[in-house]
Ligand binder design. Structure first.
Ligand SMILES: Nc1nc2c(ncn2[C@@H]2O[C@H](COP(=O)(O)OP(=O)(O)OP(=O)(O)O)[C@@H](O)[C@H]2O)c(=O)[nH]1
Length: 326
């Protein structure tokens, strides 16, 4: 990777993209490949608990700052401002700041945070606003979500991800569609964890003037309301979960209601496993993998975040409880 141009200012990369597009995967790639660089990572999740915090490779707790249960673009924006203020005090020690927004974030207020205070403006430089695009689902995201449209329109770099799951024709069609929404951004392709980081970091791609041309009110305070029909619930269980039973419930549920159950992710205390088990879904696509073993002194429990439209919380809780191993 090319050297990050510091020039006295800490470069900031904002990673956006709709739910489940591959933001955390990209962030982990950056952290893995950035040996020797001191990067502060700010992660914002829509749900009440952070699963990403458990999945992001980080060396110490000071390096990873998490905001849960609120969105950087609205409810926890002041927290972001305070955090950036504190981070710039450590300017000498930091090589870069990476921010992963929630999949539902409106991009403009997150980016404009870097222009609100003189000190932040003096000590940081927005390097690029990246939107990660889920090539399989972006057409639906754009159809259903204003935020998804804004993320694409606002980005300096559009990273078309999950190209391993699409044909060449599908990928070209997506590139055409996003090009119509954003004529200026660089468009690159990627498969989770193997993006060309030279194209994404240290690129000096963010131009305030062009953002002001798109949105003349970019630097003003934004009132932002999320799609009220989208909510999240955390399903918790201390008893071990029978993963076969869980999949027999979740598999058909996602097939039937994948357009409403937009995203799930959770770490499981799975019956018969010594390791923590990670389950994720993005609409109908699911993945399951083993993480590291449970620490001997840790409390084993399962926590699954479900994000979607028209969620029936009591029914989800009751069905989840039926997955307890007997
Ligand atoms: N096949 C395939 N799967 C991918 C790729 N990139 C990410 N994934 C998978 O897609 C799922 C979501 O990836 P994440 O990186 O967690 O997505 P995210 O954008 O951080 O998700 P949220 O923070 O919940 O919005 C995970 O199961 C990843 O393993 C890819 O290029 N190809």
């Amino acid at each position: 990777m090319s050297a990050i141009p510091v020039g006295g200012k800490i470069p900031v990369t904002i990673i956006s993209g709709y739910l489940g597009s591959g933001k955390t995967t990209l962030l982990n790639q950056i952290l893995n490949e950035q040996h020797g660089k001191r990067i502060a990572v700010i992660v914002n999740e829509f749900g009440e608990i952070s699963i990403d915090g458990q999945l992001i490779v980080h060396e110490d707790d000071e390096q990873l700052i998490e905001f849960n249960n609120g969105c950087l673009c609205c409810t926890v924006r002041n927290d972001l401002v305070d955090t950036i203020d504190k981070l710039v005090e450590r300017a000498g020690e930091l090589d870069a700041i990476m921010i992963e927004t929630t999949g539902l974030a409106d991009p403009a207020p997150v980016a404009s945070t870097f222009f609100v205070s003189d000190e932040v403006r003096e000590k940081t430089k927005l390097d690029a606003f990246i939107a990660v695009i889920d090539v399989v689902n972006i057409a639906k995201h754009l159809e259903e979500s204003v935020e998804a449209q804004e993320q694409v329109a606002f980005a300096d770099i559009l990273l078309v991800n999950k190209t391993d799951l699409a044909t060449e024709e599908q990928t070209v069609a997506v590139e055409k569609q996003i090009r119509q929404l954003n004529p200026l951004a660089s468009i690159y392709r990627g498969v989770g964890g193997s993006a060309n980081l030279d194209q994404l970091i240290g690129v000096n791609a963010f131009q305030l003037q062009s953002k002001l041309e798109i949105d003349p009110k970019f630097l003003e305070d934004h009132e932002h309301e999320h799609d009220a029909a989208i909510s999240s619930v955390v399903l918790r269980e201390d008893r071990p979960i029978d993963m076969n039973r869980f999949m027999s419930w979740m598999g058909p549920l996602l097939q039937e209601r994948g357009d409403e159950l937009l995203r799930t992710k959770g770490v499981f205390n799975a019956h018969g496993f010594d390791e923590r088990v990670l389950f994720q879904s993005v609409r109908m696509l699911t993945t399951m993998s083993r993480l590291d073993p449970w620490a001997t002194d840790s409390e084993r429990r399962s926590e699954l975040v479900v994000i979607g439209r028209n969620l029936d919380f009591p029914a989800l809780r009751a069905d989840f409880e039926r997955c307890v191993a007997r």
